[in-house]
Ligand binder design. Sequence first.
Ligand code: ZN
Length: 184
Amino acid sequence: MIQDILIWPNKVLDNPATPVVEIDDEIQALADDLIDTCELIGGVGLAAPQIGVPLQVFVIDIGRATGTGEKYETFINPVQVQARGAVKMSEGCLSLPGIRAKVDRYEEFGIEYTTLEGTRENISSDGVLGQALQHEMDHVNGKVLVEKMSRIKRPGVRQKMKILKRRMKAAGLTYHDVIRMPEE
Ligand code: ZN
């Protein structure tokens, strides 16, 4: 099911998510919701806190990230196991509509995670997939892209998002209405 996406600042986005204890029907449904919502927007990845669920779960369209078609993977209780090199990458976030920033990332990044089937796996990558893994890991750790931006830019982003949210509330618009609007 398509879910609304939280726009930063929001408490759920700013706090570390809790680990999943058991992969039950609720977690399966959460993964489906994340994939449905990410797919609708055409994003590379989406983390559970972004749809208001404070659990350590995220999805990435591996196919889109590596340019090999569409293939979603669900990552549960991820732990960083590798980080090497440094690159500056241009990045956006679905919880920060209209904002892009050049941020510091590791060139190559790897995590260990639990799959929906309950097995523990490893994934490591550079490029867009490595960047997406770092971005979604930040979300489950309660960190948004804003924290990687320069300190002088942060208040401006906060102000922009507050104005956007106020306008949405006044006009009765949802996140999905807003991202379909042409940029001003
Ligand atoms: Zn994000």
